[in-house]
Design a protein around this ligand. Sequence first.
Ligand SMILES: [Zn+2]
Length: 441
Amino acid sequence: MKEYKKRIAVFLVILSLAAFSGCDFISKETPVNVQSIASQPSIETSDNANSASDTNTKQNTETEKETDKNTSDKNRKESDEDKNKVTGLTLDVTELTLEVGQSALPKVTVEPSDAENKNEIWESSDKNIADVNSNGVIEAFSPGKCVVTVTSEDNPSVSAAVNVTVKEIEKTKVSEISVSFTEATLKVGESVMPVVTMSPSNADTLQEEWTSNNETVATVDKYGNITAHSEGSCTVTVTSVSNKSVKKNIKIIVESNETANQGIKPIVTDATYINGILVVNKSYGLPSDYNPGGLTWECAEAFEALRQGAAEDGINIYLSSGFRSYETQNQLYNSYVNLYGKETADTFSARPGHSEHQTGLAIDCNIVNDSFIGTPEAVWLEEHCYEYGFIIRYPQGKESITGYKYEPWHIRYLGVETAQDVYYSGLMLEEYLGIDSVYSY
Ligand SMILES: [Zn+2]
């Protein structure tokens, strides 16, 4: 009897410890998912056993005896084994979201901590979505949902589970490209490389794709090294490989290299004067170094007089474009060629060396486009500019001779005497001088 009571007491202590730890486990750590709930019956069994035994101790020895009779041997056996039997399993996560290719190792807590057989059995409800190895490493294979369960080898009624969601690898696309410069002027043979920044920086690929729309002018390699080959302009474009709609253009202007001027442009060494008039048209060009540095003093003074004269008539004339250097015209013309093609560009923009603006004797007034045609200012210029020494250089109806469309805004300084002469002759400058205006190249 003494021996029996002692054994019962030990049994109760074990059961109450198990029950206590089980309750603690339920209230604090039980993950809220189906699989964990499934493990509760074993705990409840402990609880029931505990309360039953508790009742037993308060009741008569007959019952105790009965209990002893029925379960004595079994209890003794279980009591020794239960001492280290697994009663609970918990995972530190109940939900896991992984991208295809990712893996995770959930942390397992075995109760009691001194359980003899802590071996775990891992299983996935769908190995194609995510599989788990014997150590609990979960690996995601394809998009979908599955449940990974860990079961105690020692006590198969104890298990825990984690719901695994596998997603397609999220690709972050490049949304913006910035370049260290968007325009560069190079000499033939020179190279340059813009610094490219793609954002966001965690995009799946920051790879760049480079193209030049005119490889005769400049080429670009896969790293963005731009090399100038011949005079002209072109556009170099960098595109994001990850998102082809994201691109940035870099305008490249290639100037002739003085020592290696092999472009299509013939070298003009001298300005041409006919009857004392500096002539610049498609037939006659200026050398690239012809540079008065701005409007000539006479031209600027005459324009000021014209402006005041117009103002007295209630007409507002202002300068829109005066002197343009060879380099400026080169850039301007090439940009038009780039946009409209050479044939069209030649109808309204002079090739470098062939612009009257390089003489410092030509001015574009007011609005430099067709909307200026017929305005009171255009009419006033037509009727009065000769009084101040200017002519309308590209009159209406003379396109075939001048080679340019009607430009009522473009006036050319000839000095009052010559301008009056030309005006009263009813001729335009080429007719007046008996010359043509045709490119020889
Ligand atoms: Zn002009």
